[in-house]
Design a binder for this molecule. Structure first.
Ligand SMILES: [Mn+2]
Length: 323
């Protein structure tokens, strides 16, 4: 990975905004905080801006309370992390209206290359993994930064359970543990605490589970009614798709989230061979080989039937998409 252009920018400018996508996850929050802290450590005027709520489970990370929801004014450089396209950042205007230079660091293969500088590493497990290599050359990684990077990597790899878990990211985790990170502490914060509302959400969501195509496809549908009845927050829908993915024999899991009368968010996961990144792209979305998503502007029933038809076609072409 060649970071020389980015290093020059960091050396040559002073004010930085570090941002990531709406509906932020552990990789986006962890990497935004790690990069912001690292820039501050080297004397830069850096702030973190995320145009959405920060999930409570990441509130323990250093700097989480200082993440700004809004940003007005100008800065020298905006650094976008973990975001495949500019729109998903949630800013009202194009990034270039806020900053002289836009830096885009990501690991989504569908990235639209919207930066002046684009550092896109499809093979990286997470953006935390990419920026670890940048940050370690900038400053010494202290416990605060180490916890942020560790959180990025374990959330995007499902604690080293997903196919993007590589020797490289496991080595980085080992280094971060040497810096003082306690794996059990982070896991408890991130994976092992639930509100009663989120348990109610799981309970109601599982009632909507359906299987198709000889049980190779499993879907869960979270309606607006379920969200209201459970009292859960958007962030509580995180991970529910795994109940579908983990069923024996299932290759593709689909989560439908009804957001409005004609607005449905769709998440995809696959287990062994179907490229769900391609399926999401068919619907104008994107993502990775085993995890992806898209947004459909149509009623839930219509979205379900359209998506299921396409997924069935991918499954019927068994072999064509084998890795
Ligand atoms: Mn990521």
């Amino acid at each position: 990975m060649d970071f020389s252009a980015l290093k020059k920018i960091i050396a040559g400018y002073n004010t930085f905004v570090v941002t990531s996508h709406i509906m932020p996850d552990g990789d986006s929050i962890g990497s935004v905080l790690a990069f912001t802290l690292a820039l501050q450590r080297v004397g830069k005027n850096a702030i973190a801006v995320v145009k959405d709520d920060v999930p409570r489970k990441y509130a323990f990370l250093a700097g989480a309370d200082d993440i700004k929801r809004d940003f007005d004014g100008k800065c020298d450089v905006i650094i976008s992390l973990d975001c495949g396209d500019e729109e998903r950042l949630g800013f009202e205007n194009k990034l270039k209206t806020y900053a002289g230079i836009v830096v885009n660091i990501d690991h989504h293969k569908s990235n639209s290359l919207f930066g002046d500088i684009n550092i896109i590493e499809n093979q990286a497990s997470s953006v935390g993994e990419i920026i670890y290599h940048i940050i370690k050359d900038m400053t010494s990684i202290d416990l605060d930064i180490a916890q942020c990077l560790y959180t990025s990597i374990i959330t995007d790899t499902g604690s080293i359970r997903y196919s993007n878990s590589t020797p490289c990211c496991v080595r980085i985790l080992a280094e971060l543990i040497e810096k003082g990170v306690k794996p059990d502490f982070i896991s408890r914060q991130v994976f092992e605490r639930r509100s009663i509302e989120s348990v109610n959400l799981i309970k109601l969501s599982l009632d909507t589970l359906e299987l198709f195509d000889n049980n190779r496809i499993a879907s869960i549908s979270i309606t607006k009614e379920i969200m209201e009845k459970s009292g859960a927050k958007e962030e509580d829908t995180d991970g529910i798709i795994n109940y579908a993915r983990e069923i024996e024999g299932v290759e593709v899991a689909i989560l439908f989230k009804e957001r409005g009368e004609k607005l449905v968010k769709v998440g995809f996961r696959s287990n062994e061979w179907v490229d769900v990144g391609k399926i999401a792209e068919d619907f104008g979305g994107g993502g990775h080989l085993r995890a992806s998503g898209c947004t459909l502007k149509m009623p839930l029933d219509e979205a379900r039937s359209q998506v299921l038809n396409v997924v069935k076609k991918y499954l019927a072409g068994e072999g064509a998409w084998m890795e």
